[in-house]
Each structure stands twice: as structure tokens, then as C-alpha cells.
Design a protein around this ligand. Structure first.
Ligand code: G4P
Length: 530
């Protein structure tokens, strides 16, 4: 096998997603602990913005620092190179998570066994389904009195529209939680609560022998036999191909905070999760084993030090070998760029790298050349797809409060929206009115704070009567122009000059859709790449 092929086969690049508080941060930390990347629990700080912190800007700043450090966590485990891409837990930053999902090859979804499937989980799964991303589900907090595991599986199937297949099965839960039975290995992992150390208590047990009764007691032994019989009757044997095509999600049970069930999860993950996958571009599918380097930027992070306006662009390598100090073509800008200090991330350390392989995520210092979605290649003109902007949900008008600082405001909002903090829409016909669209209120506070502290510009946001924005196109350019002219105030343009229709309500949007069949309304900007 060539070196490139061997490096590709070794990599598992994935994201952990969950509704806030289900245990994503804890699980991430425990995976690092099992992988030997950190020695003690508590080393990975939560990147979530704690409840009630919405007006605490120092907290936001602190969190931004942490989330750079934990954006990618890399470690080696049993010959496999694991790249965990962190996703923000806070719902106002959901769009960051959607974008990160475009850079992974698979996903681990964490569910709280007490709460079951929560709202954010449903939305995140929709993105995974759209992209056919393979998903493993970890049902967490089994040390709490949760829902019946069969009911949980039903709920997962119904609410997430995916078939599930348990690979471990719990023996009781809450204060009576005794451990899990591994349905494939036919072994028993007995539970002992331990928050700091990894203790393994795994035994191979034939559940049809009295040994099971001796280990877990008659009642639980009988229940487990009954459950296993039911599972084997109801569910088809686990088929990896179905998992890889995103049709079926294997399910594990455990308790992250107690280090329990993590080993089974990690061992199975390294065996079944996909290595670096091929990716679609606007012209063709690129295989990771192709010799020439290609990659795309899926996240941009501003420097924490306001004196240095440079940023870190996170690039996912899709094919070939990325080399330090080598010129690559920046497709959108049509110019050559090279990087003297690209780095990767080992747990919380970062180090300058000489080369990177498909599946890796590297950090590139950027002085304003990158936008989210930008592609780098060795010269071939292609653009990676699937980094859409989603139609925002909240819209506010940006008002400049200091006319002397109009330039700074302009530059600031331009750069912040390049980073993907929010989307900017312009209404040139209305004195170049600027509308900022986001998925959460918190972003306005972040923008206002950052504009002031990083760019010296003061602003205010005024609420608007807009509930939905969609991009509009038409096969007939005349019809589009006519629609744009007729709708006046309801029309804006995105940063690339595409027309956007701003609707006051869902009803108005539907009415316009019905009355204008020749106009297409798009809810993500994906159409731009189609
Ligand atoms: P998130 O990143 O998905 O938002 O969740 P996070 O890991 O921060 O976990 C949320 C809370 O759930 C934390 O408690 C964490 O300790 C707890 N937790 C995680 N795994 C388990 C588990 O297996 N069992 C139980 N009972 N709790 C678990 P917290 O009180 O919010 O924070 P902390 O003070 O404990 O850190």
C-alpha cells in the first residue's frame, strides 16, 4: 500500500453531536482519556456557553478561546488516527455545527436516557440524513432513572427517521444499573461508578448458563435473557454496509461521567466507522487517494487578540498530501497562496506540521483571504459542495451609531460574516441598508461586542418584521428582474449579490410561492453550487 493509501485508511474523522447537556463534552473528554491523549478527567473544558451567560461578554470571549483549543482533537488509538471535530453545543451556534458536519466522515450522537430525543438532536440528525453521514448513537446517563430502553429505541426511530440496532444492552438503570451486555461479543461489562479512572470489568458470559445469574442476580438475569431474545427476534443482524450508507445507526448504552460503556463504543467505532471518504465538488467527485491535494475551509476563527486581526481558517484535507510552504490555488480568489505555519492539534497542544493527509483538519493563519466554503487545489478548478448558508431565523437592521467609524463598521461586519457568525444582506435600493440574519439572539450580542472591541465601531440592532429569507432564482432572467422590481422593500442581496426574498411571515412566503410559480425559492444557499 502506498503511504497515502495507508494514511487514508488509518484516519477516522468524526463529530460528536448532542442536545446541550446530554453529555457531549464529557464523552469527548472520556474518549481522549481512553485514547491516552489526556491523563486525568477534567482536562477538557466545556466549550458551551453556560446558561445565563448571554450578557456576560467575558464569558463569550473565554469560550471563544476554549473553542479554538478544542476545535479539533487528534489522538492515536490502536493504530487508528482519530480526529474529533468539536461542535458548539449552544443552539444559537447551530449553524457552526451544521458546517462542521460537512467536514466529518461520521458522527456519534449522544442522547440523554432521561430526556430522550430533544429538539436540537432532531435538527442535527436532519443534516446527517441529508448527507447520508453514518451515525452511532450513545445513550448516556444510564446511572439515572431513564426511559425504558425499548421505548428509547422506538423514539429514536420515529423522531430521527433512522433505523437503529442496539449493539450493547443495559441491565437495569439508575441506582440499579448493573452494566451492559455486548450483543456481538457476548460479553458482560459490569458497572461500577468511577469518575476518574478507567476500570474494566469485562467477562465473556454465555447468558444461558447460571453464571449470568451468579453475576447479576436471578431477576436481572431472567430479564436480560428475555430482552436479548426479543432484540434478536426483532432486529436484523448488524450489517456494517447499512451503517456506512446512513440507513442504520448502531446503539450503545453507557455513562460517560462514570467512564462506563466508552471502551465498547471506542473499540467498535474504530472497527466500523468509515475512513476518509470521497467528496463531491461542483464538477466531479474527488477520491481521497488522488495524488493532488485538495481541501476546503469549513470554519474560521478570529484571533482573540484584538491587536492582531489575523484569523485561523480550519481546512479539511480531502485528497493528496498537503505540504507546508507550498503554493496552492485559492479557487475563489484565483490566486496562489502558501502557508509557512500550518498546524494540527494534539489534544490541546498545537504543533506546526510539514504535511497533512486526507481526513486531517489543519489550522491556517489567515489575514482575510478566506471565507467559509473556500477551496484550495493544486490548480484544478473545482469547488467543494455542501457548505450551505441556511436561511436565518432572526433578522435585524444594523444601525451605525458613530458616523466617523462607518468604514470600520463596514469592514468589521464584512469580516465577521465571512467567519460565519451571521449572514449579511444588503438593500442597495434603500440607501444600502444592512440586515443581519442569524439563527439565535446571542449572535447579535457577540457581533455588537466584537465590532466595538475589535473594530472600534459602535452599532445598534433594530428588530424587523421578517421571519424568513429565501434565495430566489428563475430560469427566466426577465421574470426574476420583474419580481425583484415589484417586491421592492422585500428584496435584499446576499454578499455574493444573489437576490433574497424577505418574507414577513410564513403565510406571505407561501402566498408568494403560489403566485409566482416561475420563481424558485431556496431555503439554503446550496443552489449556488448546483
Ligand atoms: P454537553 O457537552 O452535551 O452540553 O454536556 P456535558 O458533557 O457538559 O454534560 C452535562 C451534564 O451532564 C454535566 O453535569 C455532566 O457531568 C453530566 N453527565 C455527563 N455524563 C453523565 C452520566 O453518564 N451520568 C450522569 N448522571 N451525569 C452525566 P453538570 O452538573 O452540568 O456539570 P458538572 O458540574 O458535573 O461538570
Amino acid at each position: 500500500m502506498s503511504k497515502l493509501a495507508a494514511e487514508i485508511a488509518k484516519r477516522r474523522t468524526f463529530g460528536i453531536i448532542s442536545h446541550p447537556d446530554a453529555g457531549k463534552t464529557t464523552l469527548t473528554e472520556k474518549l481522549l482519556l481512553f485514547g491516552g491523549a489526556i491523563q486525568t478527567a477534567g482536562a477538557v473544558k466545556s466549550n458551551k456557553i453556560k446558561k445565563g451567560a448571554t450578557s456576560d461578554f467575558m464569558e463569550i470571549e473565554r469560550q471563544r478561546g476554549i473553542s479554538v483549543a478544542t476545535s479539533v482533537m487528534t489522538f492515536d488509538y490502536q493504530g487508528v488516527k482519530i480526529n474529533i471535530l468539536d461542535t458548539p453545543g449552544h443552539k444559537d451556534f447551530a449553524e457552526d455545527t451544521y458546517r462542521t458536519l460537512t467536514a466529518v466522515d461520521s458522527v456519534i450522537l449522544v442522547i440523554d436516557c432521561v430526556k430522550g430525543v430533544e429538539e436540537q438532536t432532531e435538527r442535527l440528525m436532519e443534516v446527517c440524513r441529508m448527507r447520508k453521514t453514518p451515525v452511532i448513537i450513545f445513550i448516556n446517563k444510564m446511572d439515572r432513572e431513564g426511559q425504558n430502553p425499548f421505548d428509547l429505541l422506538d423514539e429514536l426511530e420515529q423522531k430521527l427517521s433512522i433505523r437503529v440496532r442496539p449493539l450493547t444492552w443495559p441491565i437495569n438503570m439508575g441506582s440499579n444499573f448493573k452494566g451492559v451486555y455486548h450483543l456481538l461479543d457476548r460479553s458482560l461489562n459490569l458497572f461500577s461508578a468511577n469518575k476518574t479512572k478507567i476500570e474494566k470489568n469485562v467477562v465473556a458470559v454465555d447468558i444461558h448458563t447460571p453464571e449470568l445469574d451468579a453475576r447479576v442476580g436471578d431477576k436481572d438475569a431472567a430479564q436480560l435473557r428475555e430482552d436479548v431474545e426479543l432484540i434478536e427476534g426483532v432486529y436484523e443482524p448488524f450489517d456494517r454496509a447499512e451503517y456506512l450508507s446512513g440507513e442504520i445507526a448502531p446503539v450503545f448504552f453507557g455513562s460517560a461521567v462514570n467512564n462506563f460503556g466508552i471502551q465498547e463504543l471506542l473499540d467498535t467505532f474504530t472497527k466500523i466507522a468509515p475512513p476518509t471518504q470521497a467528496r463531491g465538488t461542483d464538477v466531479r467527485v474527488v477520491e481521497p487517494a488522488e495524488k493532488k491535494f485538495t481541501g476546503f475551509v469549513f470554519k474560521i476563527h478570529a484571533n482573540l487578540d484584538p491587536k492582531h486581526r489575523d484569523r485561523i481558517a480550519f481546512l479539511r484535507i480531502c485528497s493528496g498530501v498537503f505540504q507546508r510552504n507550498t503554493f496552492y490555488q485559492h479557487i475563489r480568489l484565483k490566486k496562489n497562496v502558501r502557508f509557512a505555519n500550518p498546524y494540527n492539534f494534539m489534544a490541546q497542544e498545537k504543533e506546526v506540521i510539514e504535511e497533512g493527509f486526507p481526513g486531517d483538519v489543519i489550522g491556517l493563519y489567515d489575514t482575510g483571504n478566506f471565507k467559509i466554503g473556500d477551496t484550495l487545489t493544486e490548480g484544478e478548478v473545482l469547488n467543494y459542495q455542501g457548505i450551505p448558508n441556511f436561511s436565518p431565523e432572526i433578522f435585524k437592521e444594523l444601525i451605525n451609531l458613530d458616523p466617523m467609524k462607518a468604514k470600520q463598521l463596514e469592514k468589521g461586519i464584512d469580516q465577521l460574516t465571512d467567519e460565519g457568525v451571521a449572514q449579511l444582506f444588503l438593500q442597495p435600493q434603500l440607501g444600502n441598508r444592512k440586515i443581519v440574519g442569524t439563527v439565535g439572539d446571542l449572535q447579535y450580542e457577540v457581533i455588537q461586542y466584537r465590532l466595538e472591541h475589535e473594530y472600534g465601531a459602535k452599532c445598534r440592532f433594530d428588530g424587523m418584521q421578517v421571519s424568513k429569507a429565501c434565495w430566489i432564482t428563475s430560469e427566466d432572467p426577465k421574470k426574476l428582474q420583474e419580481f425583484v422590481r415589484l417586491k421592492g422593500q422585500n428584496i435584499a442581496q446576499d454578499k455574493d449579490g444573489n437576490y433574497v426574498f424577505l418574507a414577513e411571515s410564513d403565510w406571505i412566503l407561501r402566498m408568494n410561492q403560489t403566485n409566482n410559480p416561475e420563481i424558485e425559492f431556496h431555503f439554503t444557499s446550496e443552489f449556488k453550487l448546483a
